[in-house]
Design a protein around this ligand. Structure first.
Ligand code: GDL
Length: 548
């Protein structure tokens, strides 16, 4: 166990500077693949590195929760085939200037006090080091904090056990330049009785060796906002600035959601107070374009202000303000526009995912695929040349080009965990207004009543137009050449198209219900009218039963 004396020293940081001559450690910026569910493919990860390099991001934290050998079977060594894949992946990261951090989560069942367990962990990390990896992380999130009897005999708390193991591994690996820990109490709401009085964080702060970074998700697991003061508070007890593991775009906890809104709710004033930000985004790889692009814009908004936190100075005083202010401010909506404009181009790139593999250029289909972006459609037949329908034949299917408007609508419909985008809000508002005011249609003939009824009908038409835009967006996205992108988005846009179609029919029914007594959606419906399966049934029972 390291003594508390170590933590009293100013955080010195590693000997080698990641940022070369600036004298400051570089700000970690990038992605943590840290969600539950199907991990990304090797090809997707390589594509991620290409994008990170293009957008100026520098870090990838490998932490796929459901990868067997990352967590559940952390003791198992990699097979020669797996080793080769990881070696190639690590080399690809390097080639793109991305720091590949290999994380392991032994916390489900490790006995911290057993030297055999510690040796096993060392051996596993040595193996990964042999693949060319130089940066590591130990993750203790989402585990049972109760210690087993053997550990209780040796450690006074689970924080002591985790810190002891982490310090030992850090030293064993020769104090890597980048080494991180994810504590079990990794956000404000997990801390008891509070962040500043958490004995867990105090143990971590006092005993974790300098040079080891601490991951932190903010006030909550999925933080709507991360106030500067909250970071000052946690930095004080940790005796170092944290690296944010940002779950703002994570969707692994709800299969119905996907987040296409901009990075938001984090002031760029945070940058000089943090060691970095890594986003843990949607499980689906392709739709993360916006999450990652807007994070890159956010990081650039104050890039010169990013600096090493120095525990010897008062939090809040560090950073070169004048530099930061001339960097320009971050505007989420503007960042979204920038991301969407670039994303639009990607929809037109012919890409196909073979099962379990990464994107492949689609050799046969390029002409047809490019029609998704407005080019004229052509189908080829090697013997007869391109097919051209005769005057009496069916004309070829012409895909309309996807527009920036379509993408903005899609992003607004699937925005952020705590917020819908403006277009989604206005659709909901209109529907709500139409629902609450449909009684004006049934009233008799005065001019005031007629005016109200006319307003209702014009707003109903507006709602119908909104639905048409959703329908158009659905069709144009589905016709896009980049099939990998389409497949990832498909379930979500289908769902939103279906439910808005039901809403449109509902508005129609409201508009005619003075003449009809039929129940809306009564009778013998197709399964796509009452979606949701068992989840839907439970939702209905728990939402409406109190009114019955
Ligand atoms: C978590 C998990 C993460 C998961 C996320 C969103 C951390 C440190 N751990 O608590 O793996 O993806 O929530 O569900 O965030």
């Amino acid at each position: 166990m390291e003594s508390a004396r170590l933590a009293q020293k100013k955080c010195s940081g590693p000997e080698t500077e990641r940022s070369g001559t600036t004298g400051r450690k570089a700000f970690f910026s990038g992605v943590v693949e840290g969600f539950y569910g199907r991990p990304w493919t090797m090809e997707q990860r390589k594509e991620l590195f290409r994008k990170e390099q293009k957008w100026g991001l520098n870090t990838y934290l490998y932490a796929p929760k459901d990868d067997y050998k990352h967590r559940m079977f952390w003791r198992e060594m990699y097979s020669p085939e797996e080793a080769e894949q990881l070696r190639t992946l690590i080399a690809a990261a390097k080639q793109h200037g991305v720091d590949f951090i290999y994380a392991i989560s032994p916390g489900l069942d490790i006995t911290f006090s057993n030297p055999r367990e510690v040796s096993t962990l060392k051996r596993k990390l040595e193996q990964v080091s042999g693949f060319g990896c130089r940066s590591f992380a130990l993750l203790f999130d989402d585990i049972d904090a109760d210690m087993c009897p053997a550990d209780r005999k040796v450690f006074s708390s689970c924080a002591h056990a985790q810190v002891s193991l982490t310090n030992e591994i850090f030293q064993h690996l020769g104090k890597p330049e980048t080494f991180m820990i994810c504590p079990t109490d990794y956000c404000g709401s997990f801390c008891s009785p509070s962040v500043s009085e958490s004995s867990y964080l105090q143990t971590v702060g006092n005993n974790l060796l300098p040079g080891i970074e601490v991951l932190w998700t903010g006030p909550k697991v999925v933080s709507n906002s991360i106030p500067v003061e909250s970071i000052e508070e946690v930095s004080k007890i940790l005796k170092r600035a944290p690296v944010i593991w940002d779950n703002i775009h994570a969707n692994d906890y709800d299969q119905k959601m996907i987040f296409l809104g901009p990075y938001k709710g984090r002031s760029t004033d945070l940058i000089p107070k943090l060691r970095g930000v890594l986003t843990n985004p949607n499980c689906e790889f392709e739709p993360n374009f916006i999450a990652i692009h807007t994070l890159a814009t956010w990081c650039k908004s104050h890039r010169n202000g990013a600096m090493e936190y120095d525990g010897s100075r008062e939090p809040g005083k560090e950073g070169r303000r004048e530099e930061q202010e001339t960097d320009g401010l971050y505007c989420p909506r503007q960042a979204l526009r920038l991301a969407l404009a670039e994303w639009l181009e990607e929809f037109g790139m012919p890409h196909q995912y073979a099962a379990g593999q990464g994107p492949q250029a689609e050799p046969m289909d390029t002409d047809r695929a490019s029609s998704g972006n407005g080019a004229s459609p052509m189908q080829t037949d090697e013997e007869a040349g391109p097919y051209t329908p005769g005057p009496e034949d069916r004309p070829l299917y012409t895909a309309e080009a996807l527009t920036l408007g379509d993408l903005t609508l899609m992003a607004d419909l699937f925005y952020l965990p705590y917020e819908h985008g403006p277009l989604a809000i206005s659709m909901l508002k209109e529907l709500n207004w139409l629902r609450s005011n449909s009684r004006v249609l049934g009233q008799g003939g005065g001019s005031e009543e007629a005016k109200e009824a006319a307003e209702w009908r014009s707003r109903a038409e507006k709602f119908e137009n909104m639905y048409e835009s959703v329908d158009q967006m659905f069709t144009r996205v589905c016709n896009s050449a980049n099939r990998g992108l389409v497949y990832d988005l498909y379930p979500y846009i289908l769902e939103v198209k279906s439910i808005t179609s039901v809403a449109k029919q509902f508005v129609k029914w409201l508009g005619s219900h003075s003449e009809s007594t039929a129940e809306f959606l009564g009778g013998d419906q197709e399964p796509f009218s009452f979606k949701g399966g068992i989840t839907g049934e439970f939702q209905v029972l728990t939402t409406f039963s109190i009114h019955e």
